[in-house]
Unconditional design. Structure first.
Length: 425
């Protein structure tokens, strides 16, 4: 059985979750950071994180952290933390491909006595039902006899500079009581906010997947209320401000629901529910509503243009923001693309402007090439889709300067004063 002192740590997957984790551990102990993306490894070795989750100074401070794309470098490790993405496919079904691939890699270097902890969001049971068999098959070892497992769900919030990894309480678990204690003790080294040791791996998996399912449903409720209030001619933000004066009102706001968690995790839970014979009605209803918000926004903009006798066919619209949230370059599962695609169906030409995102990544992932600067007096419609600080600093006059004399300004994020906009959610 491993002890805290003789752990040799490897972190598999150096994205938004894995890198901050590896850096925090790398400030205290030796860590092998592994990723299959050689370009990513080279950039990190050069001292820069393209996701902007870790500052260059912080990266340099992790003196114990080394980066590699060579699986052989993981062979010296005896404690592995897997932090790879768990997306959904085009049919909104869980895609465990990256997780299985990472498990295969770990299985090839797994030794007797080793521990493998997963942080990737999954449905309850995935660690032991889907990942552990892969580890057994590739290593030839037996679970809970020769090697052990744990689960500690990630709680990273991309772009959030206030809630950082050490200050977010961590849920931990292990496949035996002894392993659970070891996993918990290891995370306590870096988590100043403390830990919560769950009763089992399945409990920890379930806790993670319902965190974002709950948020998804709350946002779906507010989105539906916004649709209702818009039909009634009532300003949704004004209603929410008034309701927010009560101490226990939850401060959710309407909008697009994308990203790697809220727009994805509920599908993992509903997949598992359906696999055991239960059809989850409320969760899927919330998902359907939130997934339809891009089309709703596009239709509202088009209706407003028609009311102003602005020619829709052949019009140009500027969409400001492509990242899934403000002040962050993360494009994963951004639902801004739904607006772009829906407007294209109206034969509207769309320019996307976002100073945060990678042009190459936007083109590769969505076939969208963002413009590098705003054009003056060029658009019949302007959609403020993401609340980047740069957009707030621009102010309404500079934003409207991109529009033609007759245009519609749609503020999805309440970034501008109500009187300065034509449409709001």
């Amino acid at each position: 059985m491993l002890s805290l002192e003789n752990i040799k740590l490897g972190v598999i997957g150096l994205g938004y979750v894995g890198l901050p984790l590896a850096v925090e551990f790398g400030k205290r102990r030796a860590v092998v950071g592994f990723d299959i993306n050689l370009g990513r490894i080279e950039a990190l070795r050069a001292g820069h994180d393209a996701t902007l989750e870790v500052e260059d100074d912080d990266l340099a401070a992790a003196s114990g952290l080394g980066f590699t794309a060579d699986l052989a470098d993981l062979a010296e490790c005896n404690f592995f933390i897997v932090t790879v993405p768990t997306p959904i496919d085009e049919h909104k079904r869980p895609d465990l491909g990256p997780l299985i691939s990472a498990s295969e890699s770990v299985g090839k270097v797994l030794k007797k006595g080793d521990v493998v902890v997963y942080e990737s969001t999954v449905y309850p049971g995935a660690t032991e039902e889907d990942c552990v068999p892969v580890l057994e098959r590739l290593s030839g070892l037996r679970y809970n006899e020769d090697f052990f497992a744990g689960y500690s769900p990630e709680r990273i919030n991309p772009g959030d500079k206030q809630h950082r990894l050490p200050g977010i309480r961590k849920v931990t678990s292990g496949s035996t009581p002894e392993v659970a204690e070891l996993v918990d003790a290891l995370y306590r080294e870096i988590i100043t906010a403390g830990t919560h040791k769950a009763e089992s791996i399945r409990v920890a998996e379930a806790a993670k997947v319902i965190e974002n399912t709950q948020r998804d449903l709350n946002i779906a409720l507010i989105n539906e209320l916004a649709i209702i209030f818009n039909r009634m001619g009532i300003d949704t933000e004004a209603v929410l401000r008034a309701a927010g004066t009560k101490w226990n009102f939850l401060p959710f706001r309407p909008g697009l629901v994308g990203g790697h968690c809220i727009g994805v995790d509920p599908y993992y839970l509903t997949h598992k529910a359906q696999a055991i014979g239960y059809h989850p009605e409320i969760i899927l209803a919330g998902r359907r509503l939130n997934d339809g918000m891009g089309a709703y926004v596009a239709s509202q903009l088009v209706k407003a243009m028609v009311k102003r006798r602005i020619q829709v066919d052949g019009a140009r619209v500027l969409v400001m923001g492509l990242a899934f949230k403000e002040n962050c370059p993360d494009l994963r599962n951004t639902r801004v693309v739904d607006i772009v695609r829906e407007l294209a169906d109206y034969n509207i030409a769309v320019d996307v402007y976002d100073p945060w995102v990678s042009e190459d990544e936007a083109r590769h992932e969505y076939g969208i090439t963002p413009i590098r600067e705003l054009h003056a007096a060029a658009y019949e419609g302007i959609v403020l889709a993401v609340a980047h600080a740069e957009f707030a600093q621009m102010g309404v006059e500079r934003i409207r300067a991109a529009g033609k004399p007759a245009h519609v300004l749609y503020d999805l994020k309440y970034l501008l004063p109500r009187a300065a906009t034509d449409l709001r959610l």
